[in-house]
Structure formats: structure tokens, C-alpha cells
Unconditional design. Sequence first.
Length: 287
Amino acid sequence: QIDYTGTEPSSPCNKCLNVSWDSTPPCTCTINFTLEHSFESNVFMYYGLSNFYQNHRRYVKSRDDSQLNGDNSSLLNPSKECEPYRTNEDKPIAPCGAIANSMFNDTLKLYRIDNDTRTPITLIKKGIAWWTDKNVKFRNPTGDGNNLTALFQGTTKPVNWPKPVYMLDPAEPDNNGFINEDFIVWMRTAALPTFRKLYRLIERKNNLQPTLQAGKYSLDIAYNYPVHSFDGRKRMILSTISWMGGKNPFLGIAYITVGSICFFLGVVLLFIHHKYGNRNTSADIPN
């Protein structure tokens, strides 16, 4: 994990700490780090946020699923649940709501350093969203032709976004608009205030070399997402999986906790039964 919030004065990202949503040009910083062990299989690159409450009731409800599913009438007349991010300058916002408006927009690039030479690591941006989200829940509006600019005509971008939804990935038509996978991943809200979301994939090229060799690396950050105002933190996480899956201690902790509670209750009930369970249960009435 690499924390790049920049609250420490010695951090390269300290200069970007008070960045705003519309900073032009974006503040950039670079953090160097070392991998002590190689990553053998496919690597998953996450961004993590702390002290960010995506589970707030009004925040979770602040979206229009019909609009996100490509319904043309909802595109121009979003749900009132999106207030106060329903309209801007008398135009409907697409996508509307607080979840979309707060979408994570830092740009992360990874490089390997070998003899003072920086080699970029290929980061794959497709395949990070759930299949059901990509193909069922999220769809672009329909109409004549496939020109997203024309299909989104009459709408405006969310207040905090630097560009409209149909320009999230202009180079990839099947990854643009409401079906942009970065957007889809963000819209699946987290249950806890400290969370991570999948950002990119690093695929293993061959079986002879590890995906990421042990050594020196650098992380280039286009620092756009402000978290200092609510005492939040940002981090980049590199993770991999084994035949048992990814590292997730939650289930282990939950099982141990529930098991301990059940054992304790069992001991208490056994004690109660032993002390008070020997009463005379005979139905004979004494003389």
C-alpha cells in the first residue's frame, strides 16, 4: 500500500494537498517505492479511500437507476432523489446524484525503475467492473446512430466533473458514457468508511517471469481528488490472488467473533442448566 494523501510535509504530494476539483492544470506528484517480493500472478491495482462514508442513506439514494439504464425520458427528467444534483443551469445532469458527482478522478501510472530508466507498466482499464453491472444495469441512451454527443444533447455534466460523461473514454466507444467501467465501479457504493475499489489490472505476460519483479518502482499521480477537507486519506494498493482467492481478513475475523460469542453463550447456558436444572419436576402433590 502506498499512501499518497500528502499530509506529511516530507511527502512529494504535500504540494497538492489543497487541490480543488477544477484545478487546471492538475497537480502532479511522484512517489518512489520498492517491492520486496515479486508478484507472480495477475496483479490488481486498487485505489483506497478512508473516512469517506458512502453508506450514508441520502448519499446511497442519490441516483437514478432508470437514467443509468439508458431510459431516454429519465435522461432529460431525472429522479427527484438526485437533488441537489438533479439539474444545473436549468439543464438535467447526466449522470445525476451525489454518488456520480463525487466520482474518484485521480489518474495513477506505474513505472518500473531499472538502471535509472523508467519503463511503464501496462495497466488494463477494461474488465474491472462486474459483468451484470456492465451488461445489465448500466446502458447508454438509445437513438439514431451511436454518436454519444448527440444522444446526451440537452444534458450537462455533474458539477464536480471536468468533462461530460460521453468523454470519459473517447478512444473506446464500448467504455464510454454510462458504461465506462471506472464509473460503474465507483457507483457500487461501499459499506464501510474505509474501502478500496479496483482501478486497473496488470496481466501476466508469460509463465517464465513474474508479473511484477521485486525492485524499484515509481507511481505518477495526477492529484485531482480532494480529501483533506474531511480528513480523508488516499492510497494505492497492489494485490494478487492465490488458488484460495484474494486476501480478505473480514470473513476470518467474523467467523472467530461469532464462534467466540457462541462458545461463551454455551458455557453460560450450561452453567445455568447445571445450577437450576435439577428442580423437582414431579407432578405429585405433597400431602
